[in-house]
Design a protein around this ligand. Sequence first.
Ligand code: NAI
Length: 523
Amino acid sequence: MHKGTAFTQEERASLGLEGLLPTAVETLDRQVERVLGHLGAKPNDIERFIYLQELSNSNQTLFYATVMSDPARFVPIVYDPTIAEACLTYGHIYRRPQGMYLNRHMKGRFEEVLRNWPVKEVRFICVSSGGRILGLGDIGANGAPIPIGKLQLYTACAGVPPEGLLPIHLDIGTTNAALRADALYTGLREEPPEPDAVDAIVDAFMKAANAVFPGVCVHFEDWKGDDAIRLLERYRDRYLVYNDDIQGTASVALAGIVTALQIKGAALADQRILFAGAGSAGTGIADMIVEAMRGEGLSEGEARARIALFDIGGLIEKGRKDLNASQKPFAHDWKPTEDLTDAVKQIRPTILIGVSTVGGLFTEAVVRTMARTCERPVIFPLSNPTEKAECTPEQAYEWTGGKALVACGVPFPDVTLDGRTFHPGQANNFYIFPAIGLAVQATKPKRIDDAMFIEAARATADQVSQADRDKGMLFPRQNNILETERTTATRVAESIFERGLATVKRLTDIRAFIESLSYTPGY
Ligand code: NAI
């Protein structure tokens, strides 16, 4: 019944469906019209989310036709921010299974269990432990909607065919005692094991996934910060794997920086960058900027010297004894300080990036101090949800006299200041990972490396029109996302071929091939 009223008279007769469907035979467009009516009548986005997920189970074509009819409107419902609410209440709003649910007690049998998935040609797995979901912390099995929603964006934003996508929640347990005590919780009611045991579980999973689905690309999403960093390092040279929270985030932040510097007419290699927050997002962005600066001719040491990190313990400098392996390369000879304004005075950053999870951290003093030594400060308060943003775009524009170039982690409304209207950008990872997915599908690379994400960042930045740049927009418009991502995927695929990483023969017309791979909803 997956086509519903779109079954033709002939199909109804041959499939024994006569009398089981209303008389009218409808087109997909007519069905979308009805769905839009249903969605319009729902009282809020969480109800729309539930409706759309039910639709994706009963009629995938109609689901994608609806979402792709207006991605800018529906992506925030299918994914962030609405999905956060769905995660919080997952055990309570659960209707039916989607994707796969593996748990640590299946460790010796992952291969056997994965063979239960009915599709044999799986190209992408998105796997989450639920260990650090959006801004919600460890919510264990309540994070199950995340890989589902994330993979739906591959299709909705870049046209990656949905048949080859497999969302998996890998349940290693949760530290969240309140959830473990919830009668309707759907996961293991256990604490997660030590990191060594987590690694052994994920090793077994990766081995099984590659045995059952040879050449599969595994996208890690929303794992606890330490697990995320460690597992990416562990697998990046062994399997086709990447981590969106680290590499996707870094790439989209870099895309915003590249556009901002194009607007300023400045080179990345000449910037001084201060990060407020040195967790997985902060160090991930910093590492990718180092790679991008090396591409502009700096040595690794010179690039790292241009970047400073500031975390809950203050400015990261050589005297700090509490630094992890990702932070140590950014410990320079700074004067110790626990005051962010002091750090800004010392470092005189041209770019300030907030990934601290602390709302309001960019005070008026911080922003004004920065604006005193920098003509057009680049200020990215990326923490989310909204109340965690380090400052609002309005504050950033106001405190810099409209000079700041601003991108945030969540959408903010336009700001009008002294008769000028500004459009703060949203550094949304969805500009990047679906395009990477499409490029991976087209080229089947030996591995996925940071250079691909840097190319994706540059390609995304290059697609912001001059008219939009004039309004301070740092990312392409969302209503044309499919075309944008195809262009980005084409550039990434070209670079994969050029660097000899593809395992398929070089294509004569990469763009045409990417388009031919692309899924278009239809019966
Ligand atoms: P995390 O918890 O790993 O790191 C947070 C960091 O902030 C830590 O280094 C901590 O020491 C520091 N911090 C805490 N309080 C501070 C304070 N008062 N002053 C300075 N630093 C302080 O978190 P993660 O994963 O790195 O994410 C950070 C934020 O970035 C989150 O809010 C997340 O939503 C946001 N983010 C945004 C993305 C986007 O816009 N595309 C993508 C990924 C993350």
